[in-house]
Design a binder for this molecule. Structure first.
Ligand code: ADP
Length: 360
């Protein structure tokens, strides 16, 4: 949808509140384009689903994700793949037709805290697409009875603000596979999700002429999903998420990059042995390493708080004493405090699933 600005400009004063033209009263009142999806659905802001729409605009629409690919350690192949599979079809829909039709959806799976959410945000930031960050577990519980309607409105909204990227975090919470006793409403949510995802992939190839293609392209919606529990995913949804990428724990090189990224603006002592830090954090996720760095950065302050010379009265003076370069001791203590969050057994489950259902 074109966003028009009717407020500014020369002619603005000669119109009344309803857009009627005083200079040329015979002209029809100028129609204002809706700026938000709520205005588009309900020009007066009231309607049966206004609450739901407002909640989506407030909690799910992320106006400014601001993550760059360079902020994410390693995962270079995944970054390239996401650009090819998500960004290019949105930016040049003419090319991605027929045999080159875009994937219906992309699934990122793997242990928690490995950068899946960051990758989704970076895709949206780089492609300048509108980003919808759907935390499936919180939505599923908050809007239990209405989750099906919510899915439909979400996709409509994404088309309105298109081109858009919809990211379903913990997608298994919205589209899990639960055998026989499955709840009727959960089945309806999944059915709606399937319908919407099928609609998404045909949007750019359905139109007949070029001008229409251009407006259709603006409505393009890409679906990205993430899960730590891929084996819980409903089979039909899994099939729609045609590309399934394993996001593993960081390698040695990745962990070194993670330390550098996290400590970009922090002063460090020359005694830090990076090889050792990288070695003893084997098995740590990206999130674990962020926590280690955060914890290490607090060490000088903690030591001061525990020391005899500490008192609230001389807090001003203390600031200069705690803002000192971090040392190897700070990191070693932090690593002792923070255990790795992913077990070996869990890793085995991911590689098994990768073998059966993953894309190379
Ligand atoms: P996931 O979605 O896989 O559970 P997130 O993308 O939310 O993980 O990452 C959680 C936090 O961990 C991030 O905010 C970041 O600080 C850190 N992190 C994890 N993986 C990476 C990575 N590859 N590069 C940089 N930071 C990372």
């Amino acid at each position: 949808v074109q966003k028009m600005n009717n407020q500014g400009g020369k002619g603005a004063q000669s119109k009344d509140a309803k857009g009627r033209n005083y200079d040329k009263p015979w002209l029809a009142p100028e129609k204002k384009e809706p700026q938000t999806f709520l205005e588009f659905c309900y020009p007066d802001g009231v309607g049966p689903d206004a609450d739901l729409i407002q909640m989506l605009e407030r909690d799910v629409l992320d106006k400014n994700p601001q993550v760059q690919f360079d902020d994410i350690a390693e995962l270079d192949e995944t970054k390239n793949l996401l650009q090819e599979a998500v960004l290019l079809p949105i930016l040049m829909p003419q090319f991605f037709k027929g045999i080159r039709r875009p994937w219906k959806g992309i699934l990122m799976f793997g242990p928690p805290g490995t950068g899946k959410t960051m990758l989704a945000k970076a895709v949206a930031t780089q492609g300048k697409t509108t980003f919808f960050n759907v935390s499936a577990s919180s939505l599923a519980s908050k809007w239990k009875g209405e989750a099906e309607k919510l899915v439909r409105i979400l996709f409509e909204m994404a088309r309105f603000y298109g081109p858009s990227t919809i990211f379903f975090d913990e997608v298994d919470a919205l589209a899990g596979s639960r055998g026989g006793g499955e709840h009727e409403s959960s089945r309806r949510v999944k059915a709606e999700l399937l319908i919407q995802m099928d609609g998404v992939s045909t949007a750019s190839s359905a139109s007949a002429n070029e001008a229409q293609d251009d407006t259709e392209a603006k409505k393009n919606v890409m679906v990205l999903a993430a899960t730590n529990r891929p084996w819980d995913l409903d089979e039909a949804i899994r099939r729609r998420l045609e590309k399934r990428i394993y996001i593993p724990l960081p390698t040695e090189k990745g962990r070194e990059e993670l330390f550098k990224i996290n400590l970009k603006n922090i002063e460090l002592d020359a005694d830090i042995d990076w090889n050792k830090l990288v070695e003893i954090t084997d098995g740590y996720s990206g999130a674990d390493i962020s926590n280690v760095c955060r914890d290490a950065a607090m060490m000088p302050m903690r030591r001061k708080l525990q020391s005899a010379s500490f008192s609230i009265a001389n807090i001003q003076k203390i600031q200069s004493e705690i803002d000192i370069p971090l040392t190897m001791v700070d990191f070693m203590e932090a690593i002792k405090n923070i255990q790795k969050s992913v077990s070996k057994d869990q890793l085995k489950d991911y590689s098994e699933w990768m073998k059966m259902f993953g894309s190379v």
